[in-house]
Design a protein around this ligand. Structure first.
Ligand SMILES: [Zn+2]
Ligand SMILES: [Zn+2]
Length: 295
C-alpha cells in the first residue's frame, strides 16, 4: 500500500491492492464479524464499552486498512510523488445489535459512542507523524460500506486531506475579511436551521456538495473534537440522532471535521451527506457540484 500524489492535478490516492479481497455487503448474522459471539472473526479489541460484563461498543483494527504502521517504503516514480502509507485504521462497532440503525440508538448509547471516539481520537492524534485523524461512517448500499452492521471508521493519516486543507484556507479568508468565525455565524442563522438544542445547531449547508447536505455545528467556538465538554455530549447525541433519522431512508456518509490546531476561525463540525444524488461529470471530474433541489 502507498499514498500517491498526482503530478497531473495534485490529487491524492490511497493505493490499496490488498483491499480487493474484502467482504461485500455482509448481511448474514452468523457470518457477521461485528455481531456479539463472532469476535473471533475480527482482530483483538482495542477498547470497548461494556454493560453487565457484555460489550455494547467495541473498537478493533480494520482488517483491510488504507494506512498501516507496518506499511513498507513507497516506490519511486517520475510519474507520481509517493508517500509511505503510514497510519492507523480502526473500526468502531457502534452497537452489539445487528439490526439496530444509528438513528434508533438511545441518546445515552450515542453519548457512550462519542466517549469511545474521543478516547481513540486523543490516542491516535498523539502518535508520531500523524497529521490528521478522520472519523466517518458509511451507511447503506450507496455509501461504499462493505458490512451492513452499523460501524464507524477512524483513520489516522500522515497527510492533511485535500478538503480539510481547503476548509482551513477558506475559513481563514472569511475570518480575515469579516472579523468573525464563519461557522459561529452559520450556527446562529435561522434561515438554514433544521433543529437546534442547547449546544448544537443542525443546519442545511447553504452551498451543498450533495443534495440536502447537513452540518452539525457546536454553538460554542472550539476547533478540536476533544475540546467538547461533558455537558455538551448529550446535545451532540441528539443532533446526530435527528440528522441521521432525516436521511434514514437513504444511504449516507457522516464525517467529523476536527481541526488539529486551535484558531479563532477553525470551528469543529460534522457533515451528513445523504446519497440520493448520483454524481456526473461536473461533480466527479471537475469537483464542482450541480444541486437541483435546495431546501
Ligand atoms: Zn452483525
Ligand atoms: Zn466559530
Amino acid at each position: 500500500m502507498e499514498i500517491r500524489k498526482s503530478y497531473l492535478d495534485g490529487s491524492i490516492s490511497f493505493i490499496t491492492p490488498h483491499r480487493k479481497s474484502r467482504p461485500h455487503a455482509v448481511n448474514n448474522k452468523k457470518k457477521c464479524p461485528f455481531c456479539r459471539g463472532n469476535e473471533y472473526l475480527t482482530p483483538p479489541t482495542i477498547i470497548q464499552y461494556s454493560k453487565k460484563g457484555k460489550w455494547e461498543i467495541r473498537v478493533v483494527e480494520n482488517l483491510f486498512p488504507i494506512v498501516s504502521p507496518k506499511a513498507g517504503k513507497p516506490t519511486n516514480s517520475r510519474f507520481y510523488a509517493s508517500l509511505r502509507a503510514y497510519g492507523f485504521h480502526e473500526v468502531v462497532i457502534d452497537h452489539y445489535k445487528h439490526e439496530k440503525r444509528f438513528w434508533q440508538f438511545s441518546p445515552k448509547h450515542i453519548e457512550n459512542w462519542i466517549k469511545i471516539l474521543l478516547e481513540r481520537y486523543a490516542d491516535l492524534k498523539s502518535k508520531r507523524k500523524i497529521k490528521y485523524v478522520f472519523i466517518f461512517k458509511n451507511f447503506g448500499n450507496k455509501s461504499a460500506r462493505s458490512i451492513e452492521h452499523e460501524h464507524t471508521q477512524i483513520v489516522a493519516l500522515p497527510i492533511i486531506p485535500t478538503r480539510v486543507k481547503d476548509k482551513i484556507m477558506s475559513l481563514k479568508k472569511y475570518y480575515i475579511k469579516n472579523d468573525e468565525c464563519f461557522l459561529c455565524s452559520l450556527s446562529r442563522e435561522k434561515r438554514f436551521l433544521i433543529k437546534e438544542n442547547k449546544h448544537f445547531s443542525l443546519v442545511y449547508n447553504p452551498v451543498p456538495i450533495i443534495e440536502n447536505q447537513m452540518l452539525i455545528i457546536p454553538k460554542r467556538h472550539f476547533s478540536e473534537f476533544d475540546e467538547i465538554r461533558k455537558n455538551e455530549m448529550s446535545s451532540l447525541a441528539k443532533s446526530l440522532k435527528h440528522g441521521t433519522k432525516l436521511t434514514a431512508r437513504y444511504s449516507y456518509n457522516l464525517a467529523f471535521f476536527p481541526f488539529m490546531k486551535k484558531e479563532k476561525y477553525l470551528h469543529f463540525h460534522i457533515e451528513i451527506l445523504p446519497r440520493k444524488q448520483v454524481y456526473g461529470s461536473i461533480e466527479l471530474v471537475l469537483q464542482n457540484y450541480v444541486i437541483s433541489s435546495l431546501i
